[in-house]
Design a protein around this ligand. Structure first.
Ligand SMILES: Cc1cc2nc3c(=O)[nH]c(=O)nc-3n(C[C@H](O)[C@H](O)[C@H](O)COP(=O)(O)O)c2cc1C
Length: 170
């Protein structure tokens, strides 16, 4: 069952749920994958509602989003899904199929080709309208040392929110 919502109605809930983590799903051709994000949020830019996500260039998700130019964000509201968050936040698509391991249901997106996760309640469908790799030269030294000493850079993806709703499995 789908319940219509407005794009900003649950923005505060999204921020609250970034810790422990929410699901960023990407799909291209036969590959569908989800990973956990802890950074991001909903903003307004160019007069549009935009979901911002930051993806390290080393993620399998990065390769998919670079090809699909779209993504969905699924937020668990009713069940915590902590085991699933642990799996999707530590395992890569390169090692295992996370949809299969977590027994997640792929529910067809309404406006884009990327599915949502049927076991989550709150969903956003987004089309990438802008992206920007972080400029390492502009990052304060302490933060750079902490987050980028031995790890890949983040690219910031700006996904225009083209649909949002609450979903409950029948
Ligand atoms: C709580 C939590 C938050 C995370 N936030 C992010 C994030 O915002 N960006 C990111 O690139 N990785 C983040 N990760 C790491 C990815 O979810 C993790 O590396 C995942 O295995 C990548 O999967 P993939 O290679 O299939 O894309 C987070 C992990 C956890 C546990």
């Amino acid at each position: 069952m789908i319940q219509e919502i407005t794009c900003f109605e649950y923005a505060g809930k999204v921020l609250e749920k970034l810790n422990p983590g929410i699901f960023l799903t990407t799909s291209f051709e036969k590959n569908t994958n989800t990973m956990i994000i802890g950074w991001g949020g909903i903003i307004v830019q160019w007069g549009k509602p935009i979901f911002i996500v930051l993806v390290r260039d080393s993620r399998a998700t990065y390769n998919l989003i670079e090809k699909s130019h779209e993504f969905t964000v699924s937020v668990p509201l009713k069940s915590a899904l902590l085991d699933e968050i642990r799996i999707c936040g530590t395992k890569s698509m390169r090692e295992l199929d996370k949809f299969e391991t977590c027994k997640f249901t792929k529910v067809k997106g309404r406006k884009i080709d990327t599915p949502i996760i049927g076991e989550c309640t709150l969903h956003y469908e987004c089309k990438v309208i802008y992206k920007q790799p972080l400029n390492q030269a502009m990052i304060p030294e302490q933060i750079k040392k902490h987050y980028y000493d031995k790890t890949a850079n983040h690219t910031v993806y700006y996904g225009e929110i083209v649909d949002q709703y609450l979903y409950t499995k029948e």
